[in-house]
Write a protein that binds this ligand. Structure first.
Ligand code: FAD
Length: 420
C-alpha cells in the first residue's frame, strides 16, 4: 500500500463522535473512506464499505432521516410523517463511525473534509451523497421565505407536513396548483404521483376542487399510464398544462399565491412549487459540480471527473439515463463501494450493470412502475435496450392493486436494508 493510502492525521475537535474517530484512527492502519450524507446513497455506501472491512466515517448532521419515497402519501393524509422517519445508529452499522456534523469544506489537494464545528477529517477516498439543494435563486419570487407559504415539499419533513396541512385547511371547491420543473430533477415521476394522490384526497374529501399542473416540459415519466389513470379515476379534476401550452412558471408572487407563466397568471388556494435543483451544496464546495449544478462522474467507479479520489453518487451525480431515485442511489452506492475497495487494493474495477425501478401510486390501491437496466457505454450510463419497461396499458384493477402492494414492499425492504 502506498504512503498516501495510509491513515493520516485526524485534526480532532472536542466533539465526542469526532474524538471516537480519532481513537479509532490510532488503532487502524487501513485506508479511511469518508462518506458525506447518510441518506439512501450515503448510508448504503458506508455500510457496504464497512462490510468490506474498510475504515469508514459517515458524516451526517441529522439524527433522523426523513425519506421522500411515499411522502406524497403523507401529503394526501394516507400515512403519518413518522412512517417516513428512520434513525441512523451510533455507533453506526458494520463498524461505521458516524460523525454528527455538517461537512462544510472539502480540500481535495490535502484530502481533508472540514466540518461545521471547525474540526476536520482526512480521507484516502471520499464519497459524496448529499442529495439535492433547492435553487432558491432560479425562479424569481421563489426564495426560502416564499417556500413557507408555497411549499416545495421536495425534501421530506416539515415541508411535507406544511403542504398536507394546507390541503386539509382548504375549502371544498378550491384550486390546488403544482408547478413542475424541467429536467433533470429528483424523482421524475414524483410530481405526477403527487398530483394523483392529492386528487385522490380531493375526490374523497373536497370533490368540487380542481388540480392544475403547470409544467416546464412537454412530456414526463410514465405519462400515458398516469394520464389514462387520471381519466379513469379523477375525470375532469386534473388539468396538465405542458411547456408548449404555456405551462412554464417564470415568476412567483407568494403574497397572492400567484404563478406567472409566459401567457397567463394562475392563482391557487394551495400552491406547490417544485423549483429547479442542483447537487447538494457540499458538492459545489468540493469542486465536483460542473456549470449545470450536477456532478459528472466515471460510470464505472462513480469517481468525479473533476476531482480525483472523490466519488459522487445518488441525486447529486450525472448518471446518464438513470433517474434520480432512491433505488438508483442505493444501486450506485453498492457499485461505488465495490469500486472504491478495488481501487484501494490497486485493482481495476469491473464495468457494472445497474438496475432502477420506480413505483408510483396513482391511488392507494393503484400502482404503476417503470424499470430500467443501465451500463457504461462510451463513458455514459446508458439504457440497456429491451431490458426494462413500464407497467402495461389497460391492465386489470387486480394488476394495479398488486403493483401498489409491491411499492409498499419495496419501501419496507429498502429502508430496512439502508437504515435497519
Ligand atoms: P438524500 O436521500 O437526500 O440524502 C442526502 C443526505 O445527505 C441527507 O441525509 C442530508 O442531511 C445529508 N447531507 C447533505 N449535505 C450534507 C453535508 N454537507 N454534510 C453532511 N451531510 C449532508 N425515489 C425512489 O426510488 N422511489 C420513490 O418512490 C421516490 N419517491 C419520491 C417522492 C418524492 C416526493 C421525492 C421528492 C423523491 C422521491 N424519490 C423516490 C427520490 C429519492 O428520495 C431520492 O432520489 C433519494 O433520496 C436520493 O438519495 P441521496 O442519497 O442522493 O440523497
Amino acid at each position: 500500500m502506498s504512503g498516501t493510502m495510509s491513515r493520516r492525521t485526524f485534526l480532532g475537535s472536542a466533539a465526542l463522535a469526532a474524538a471516537a474517530v480519532t481513537r479509532c484512527a490510532a488503532a487502524q492502519s487501513s485506508p479511511r473512506v469518508v462518506v458525506i450524507g447518510g441518506g439512501f446513497g450515503g448510508a448504503t455506501c458506508a455500510r457496504e464499505l464497512g462490510q468490506k472491512g474498510l475504515a469508514v466515517v459517515l458524516v451526517e448532521p441529522e439524527p433522523t432521516y426523513t425519506a421522500c419515497p411515499f411522502s406524497n402519501a403523507v401529503i394526501a393524509g394516507l400515512r403519518p410523517i413518522v412512517a417516513q422517519q428512520f434513525k441512523l445508529g451510533m455507533p453506526g452499522p458494520d463498524g461505521v463511525n458516524i460523525v454528527r456534523q455538517l461537512a462544510v469544506q472539502v480540500d481535495p489537494w490535502n484530502r481533508r473534509v472540514g466540518l461545521a464545528d471547525g474540526s476536520s477529517i482526512d480521507y484516502d477516498r471520499l464519497v459524496l451523497s448529499p442529495g439535492i439543494d433547492i435553487r432558491f435563486d432560479a425562479l424569481p419570487g421563489y426564495d426560502e421565505d416564499a417556500s413557507l407559504v408555497l411549499p416545495h415539499a421536495w425534501k421530506a419533513g416539515e415541508q411535507t407536513v406544511l403542504l398536507q396541512r394546507q390541503l386539509e385547511a382548504m375549502d371544498d371547491g378550491g384550486t390546488v396548483i403544482i408547478a413542475a420543473p424541467s429536467n433533470p430533477f429528483r424523482c421524475p415521476p414524483g410530481p405526477y404521483e403527487r398530483a394523483s394522490l392529492i386528487a385522490h384526497y380531493l375526490k374523497m374529501n373536497k370533490p368540487r376542487s380542481k388540480l392544475l399542473i403547470l409544467d416546464a416540459k412537454d412530456s414526463f415519466s410514465k405519462q400515458r399510464l398516469f394520464q389514462d389513470a387520471w381519466r379513469e379515476l379523477y375525470p375532469s379534476m386534473i388539468e396538465w398544462v405542458p411547456l408548449s401550452s404555456g405551462g412554464k412558471v417564470i415568476e412567483v408572487e407568494p403574497k397572492s399565491k400567484t404563478l406567472v407563466t409566459d401567457f397567463d397568471r394562475h392563482t391557487g388556494d394551495v400552491v406547490n412549487v417544485i423549483p429547479p435543483q442542483r447537487a447538494g451544496k457540499i458538492a459545489q464546495a468540493a469542486g465536483v459540480a460542473d456549470r449545470s449544478g450536477w456532478c459528472p462522474i466515471d460510470p464505472v467507479t462513480f469517481e468525479s471527473r473533476l476531482q480525483p479520489n472523490v466519488h459522487v453518487i445518488g441525486d447529486a451525480c450525472i448518471a446518464g439515463g438513470m433517474p434520480k431515485s432512491a433505488f438508483s442511489a442505493n444501486a450506485q452506492a453498492k457499485v461505488c463501494a465495490a469500486a472504491v475497495a478495488s481501487l484501494l487494493r490497486g485493482e481495476t474495477p469491473a464495468a457494472p450493470k445497474l438496475i432502477n425501478t420506480c413505483y408510483s401510486l396513482v391511488a392507494p390501491d393503484y400502482g404503476i412502475s417503470v424499470a430500467g437496466v443501465y451500463r457504461p457505454v462510451d463513458g455514459v450510463l446508458t439504457d440497456v435496450e429491451e431490458a426494462g419497461g413500464t407497467s402495461p396499458q389497460n391492465a386489470p384493477p387486480s394488476f394495479r392493486e398488486q403493483e401498489a402492494t409491491y411499492a409498499e414492499a419495496w419501501f419496507k425492504t429498502i429502508t430496512s436494508e439502508v437504515f435497519g
